[in-house]
Ligand binder design. Structure first.
Ligand code: AMP
Ligand code: ZN
Length: 117
């Protein structure tokens, strides 16, 4: 069923506490943790606790939850005192998505090029 935990999903395992992560924030519906391979001084992933494979399917099936994720990206940026930052949802393998549980990358703490690579 949509949103149910998936046994083979790394981020569902982080939500369940079965894989360790450096958690920086948790809400009733979301978890935010530091990326294991940071691309900037701040590189935090914000995920819904429920499993959806990507941002678009999350927004379609559970729009209020998608809004929770977006709100948490701001909270992460505030905690790290970032006035500029980037929120990225890689969607599809060609765009670099490697984990099929929706996640927002919050990236900041250094100058960011536009357009991105
Ligand atoms: P994406 O490539 O957009 O699917 O993003 C997946 C991100 O998850 C990558 O930036 C990885 O560095 C990160 N990642 C993979 N495994 C872990 C982990 N165990 N803890 C924290 N971040 C992870
Ligand atoms: Zn999952």
């Amino acid at each position: 069923m949509a949103g149910e935990p998936q046994d083979d999903c790394l981020f569902c395992k982080i939500v369940a506490g079965h894989v360790p992560a450096t958690i920086v924030r948790e809400s009733e519906t979301t978890v935010a943790f530091r990326d294991i391979n940071p691309q900037a001084p701040t590189h935090v992933l914000v995920i819904p606790k429920a499993h959806y494979p990507d941002a678009a399917s999350l927004a379609t099936a559970a729009p209020a939850l998608a809004a929770d994720v977006l709100r948490e990206t701001q909270a992460v940026a505030d905690e790290d005192k970032l006035d500029s930052y980037r929120v990225v949802f890689n969607t599809g393998g060609g765009a670099g998505q490697t984990v099929w549980h929706a996640h927002a990358h919050v990236i900041g703490g250094r100058g960011l090029q536009w357009p991105p690579g």
